[in-house]
Design a protein around this ligand. Structure first.
Ligand code: WTA
Length: 635
C-alpha cells in the first residue's frame, strides 16, 4: 500500500479515498507504521463492534505520544521553534520555545507531577490561560500516562467543580490569574471556590502569571516554579498501550451533565497528525497559528498534538482579537509571518465589522491557507475572509468536526480540492459519511438533506463518555443502528459536497462554543422567583447564534423585570460562565407544551427568530393560549 500520509494533489486525494474505502486497515496500517515512532507494533489495526460500541485501533501497540511530538524531532529540529508564544500585552516580547527546550520543560513538569504523587491513569485538571505552561502541562501528563482534563478558563467555579468531580481529578494546575485584553481574572480564587466541593483533589500547582496576591492552602497548594527549578530535565516516557486514555474533554449535551469524552492514545495521535498535515499542507518552514483556546478540542488537536507530531511551529496567543485594537490578529500574522491561520467564524464576523484600515496596515502576504471551525460560516464572512485576509490567494478550509471526532472530518484540502463558500465540502480519506432521512433510512441519491452520520470507525473517535458508556451509546449510536450520529444536519450537493446546516438536538452553538440548553435552564430555574424556563437560539450578527430565554415566574407581579434579568444572567455566569449568558429574556405566563408535558421548542425558536407567520398546528398543545401572549410580547 502506498503511504497516504501526505496528500499533495487531486490524484493523490482520489487514490487515498479509494484505498481508504476499499482497504481501510491497510491504509491506516501504512500511515501509522511509516510516520510515527512505536515502542512495539500492533497485533491488529482495527477491531470494532458498533453495537456495543467498542472500537480499538492499533491494538497491542506500545507508544508514548510525547516521543512522537517531541523526542523524535530533537536530532533534526532541536533548535526549531516548537511553540511560539505571543502574550496578551504588546509590551511583552514573544517567546520562542525550541523543541529542545520544550523537551526539558515537559520533562521537568512531568517530574513535578510525579513528585506530587501523580501516576499513570490518574486524572489531572488543567485550568490555565493560554500560556506555554498549559501546552507543557498537557504534554507532561501524556509523558507519564496521566489523563489530562483541560477545562476552559472561562468556566465558572461551579462548572469547574462539576468537571473535576466527574472524573475524580487528583490534581489541579492553574495560575494566579489570567490576562484577557485589558482585564485580569483571578483564576486561583475560582479554583479555591470550586475545590470547596472537590474531595479527591490532593494538590494544586500554581503558575505565577499576573502577580496578584493569592492564598496558598498548606499541604495542598504550591507555586510551580520552585518545583520546576528543582526538578530533573530528564523523564523517561511512560510506555502506553494504544488504547490507554490520553485525555478527557468535556462537551455539552442535551441533558444537564457535561459529557467527558475519552480519547485514547494511538488512534488519536495518528489521526490528529495526519489531518493536520493534509488540511493545512504544513511545510517545514511554515509558522502555523490556530487562535482557539487549548480548553477546546481544536486547541488539543491543532495547537498541541497535530502540529507538534509534525515538527511544526505552532503559535499560541494569550490575548483576545480586539486588544489593544481589532487589528491584533493581523498584527500578529504580520509580525510572525504566519503561513496558516485557523480561527472561528464568530471572530471573522466581529473583525469584519471593524475598519478595513486595521487589516490593511499589516502585511498579510505570508498567509497561504486560512481555516475556519466551530460553526457554519455565512457567505458574507467567508468572502470578507477570502478577499481581505487571504487576498483571494489563500484557500479557505472550512473544517467540520467535533470534540467527539478528535480531528477534522470534512474539509477542502487547500490548493487540491475545491472550496465552496458555506460548504465544508468533502470528507477526508477514510471518513465514511451518510445522511439519514426522518424515517431512519440512508439517503442514497447524490443530493439530499438529512442527519449527518459516520458509518465506519476512524482512528480518533472518542471511545466512551467517562464513567457512562451507556450514555455514549445512547447519545451517538442509538438514533441509527451501528452508525455514529453527529447531532448535526447537513445537505449534500450533486458532487458530494457537504454543507452543515446546524445542530438538530438541544445543543446551541454560540460564538463557536457548544452549549446545552438543559444546564442553562437548570441554572435559571434555581432562582427563587422562577417557575420554569426554556432557552433557544436565534440568529445573531456576530455570535452566529445567541440565546433567547423564555422565563415563567412563580408570581407574575414582579415589577422590576430588568433587575430580574440581571439576576438571571448573574446566576448563569455563576453556574456555567459568561459564555452562556442570555441576550434576550422574555417573561411569559407559561411555556407551550405538548400533552405529555414536553416544551415545544420549535414554536419558541420560531418566535425568537421572528418567524411568527407559520407556527404550525398549535391546537394539539396542552396550553395553546400561551402562544398568543408569547407572540405579542416577543423581544
Ligand atoms: C459545529 C469543534 C459548521 C457542529 C471542533 C459540530 C461546525 C459542533 C463546523 C462541534 C463547521 C464545527 N461548519 N458547523 N466547519 N465545525 N461545527 O465539539 O455543530 O466544540 O457538531 O468541536 O460545532 O463543536 P465542538
Amino acid at each position: 500500500m502506498q503511504n497516504h500520509y501526505h496528500i499533495d494533489s487531486l490524484e493523490a486525494y482520489n487514490q487515498a479515498c479509494q484505498d481508504a474505502t476499499n482497504t481501510p486497515e491497510d491504509f491506516w496500517d501504512t500511515i501509522a507504521r511509516e510516520n510515527f515512532d512505536w515502542i512495539a507494533p500492533w497485533e491488529s489495526v482495527l477491531e470494532h463492534d458498533l453495537s456495543i460500541p467498542a472500537v480499538s485501533w492499533f491494538k497491542g501497540a506500545k507508544l508514548n505520544i510525547t516521543l512522537n511530538c517531541i523526542d523524535r524531532h530533537l536530532a533534526t529540529r532541536g533548535s526549531k521553534t516548537a511553540l511560539l508564544f505571543e502574550p496578551n500585552d504588546l509590551g511583552q516580547p514573544a517567546v520562542a520555545i525550541s523543541y529542545r527546550e520544550l523537551h526539558v520543560r515537559v520533562c521537568k513538569m512531568a517530574n513535578v507531577l510525579k513528585s506530587k504523587g501523580i501516576q499513570k491513569g490518574d486524572r489531572v485538571c488543567l485550568y490555565l490561560p493560554m500560556i506555554p505552561e498549559l501546552a507543557i502541562a498537557v504534554l507532561a501528563c501524556a509523558r507519564i500516562g496521566a489523563v489530562h482534563s483541560v477545562v476552559f478558563a472561562g468556566f465558572s467555579a461551579a462548572a469547574l467543580a462539576t468537571r473535576i468531580n466527574d472524573c475524580d481529578c487528583k490534581m489541579v494546575i492553574t495560575s494566579d490569574g489570567s490576562y484577557r485584553g485589558a482585564k485580569t481574572i483571578d483564576l486561583k480564587a475560582i479554583v479555591d471556590t470550586a475545590l470547596l466541593s472537590c474531595e479527591a483533589v490532593q494538590s494544586v500547582l500554581v503558575v505565577k502569571r499576573i502577580g496578584t496576591e493569592i492564598t496558598l492552602y498548606k499541604n495542598r497548594d504550591y507555586w510551580i516554579q520552585p518545583l520546576l527549578d528543582a526538578a530533573s530535565g530528564v523523564c523517561q516516557a511512560e510506555v502506553m498501550d494504544a488504547e490507554d486514555p490520553l485525555f478527557i474533554l468535556y462537551t455539552s449535551g442535551s441533558t444537564g451533565k457535561p459529557k467527558g469524552m475519552v480519547h485514547t492514545t494511538a488512534g488519536y495521535m495518528v489521526y490528529s497528525a495526519y489531518s493536520f498535515k493534509n488540511v493545512f499542507q504544513y511545510q517545514e518552514k511554515d509558522v502555523y497559528w490556530c487562535t482557539a483556546d487549548i480548553g477546546w478540542v481544536t486547541g488539543h488537536s491543532y495547537i498541541v498534538y497535530g502540529p507538534l507530531a509534525n515538527g511544526a511551529t505552532s503559535l499560541m496567543f494569550e490575548g483576545v482579537p480586539t486588544y489593544p485594537d481589532a487589528g491584533r490578529f493581523w498584527e500578529v500574522v504580520a509580525k510572525h509571518k504566519v503561513t496558516q491561520f485557523y480561527t472561528a467564524p464568530t471572530a471573522i464576523r466581529a473583525l469584519a465589522k471593524e475598519s478595513l484600515s486595521l487589516v490593511e496596515k499589516h502585511d498579510l502576504s505570508s498567509l497561504k491557507v486560512l481555516g475556519t471551525v466551530g460553526e457554519p460560516i455565512n457567505e458574507e464572512a467567508w468572502h470578507w475572509y477570502d478577499d481581505h485576509i487571504g487576498k483571494n490567494k489563500a484557500p479557505i478550509v472550512d473544517t467540520w468536526w467535533q470534540t467527539e471526532t478528535g480531528g477534522i472530518m470534512i474539509t477542502s484540502l487547500p490548493g487540491i480540492t475545491k472550496t465552496i463558500p458555506t460548504y465544508a465540502t468533502l470528507p477526508l480519506p477514510g471518513i465514511k459519511l451518510a445522511l439519514m432521512d426522518d424515517t431512519g433510512q440512508q439517503i442514497t441519491t447524490p443530493q439530499g438533506q438529512g442527519k449527518l452520520c459516520i458509518t465506519f470507525p476512524w482512528p480518533s473517535m472518542a471511545r466512551t463518555i467517562y464513567g457512562n458508556h451507556q450514555r455514549y451509546k445512547q447519545t451517538y449510536f442509538s438514533a441509527f443502528k451501528n452508525v455514529y450520529f453527529t447531532g448535526d444536519g447537513a445537505l449534500r450537493d450533486a458532487e458530494g459536497n457537504y454543507r452543515i446546516t446546524g445542530r438538530v438536538d438541544d445543543v446551541i452553538i454560540v460564538s463557536g462554543h457548544n452549549l446545552g440548553t438543559a444546564p442553562i435552564e437548570d441554572a435559571i430555574n434555581q432562582h427563587p422567583l422562577i417557575a420554569e424556563s426554556a432557552v433557544v437560539g436565534f440568529a445573531h450578527d456576530i455570535k452566529g447564534t445567541a440565546l433567547y430565554g423564555y422565563v415563567t415566574l412563580k408570581n407574575t407581579n414582579v415589577t422590576n423585570q430588568d433587575q430580574l434579568r440581571k439576576e438571571i444572567n448573574a446566576k448563569i455566569r455563576l453556574e456555567i460562565g459568561a459564555i452562556a449568558k442570555l441576550d434576550k429574556i422574555q417573561f411569559t405566563q407559561g411555556l407551550p407544551k405538548t400533552r405529555s408535558g414536553k416544551i415545544m421548542r420549535r414554536i419558541l425558536r420560531k418566535i425568537a427568530g421572528k418567524q411568527t407567520d407559520n407556527l404550525g398546528d398549535i391546537s394539539t398543545l396542552l396550553n395553546p393560549e400561551v402562544v398568543k401572549d408569547i407572540k405579542e410580547n416577543a423581544l
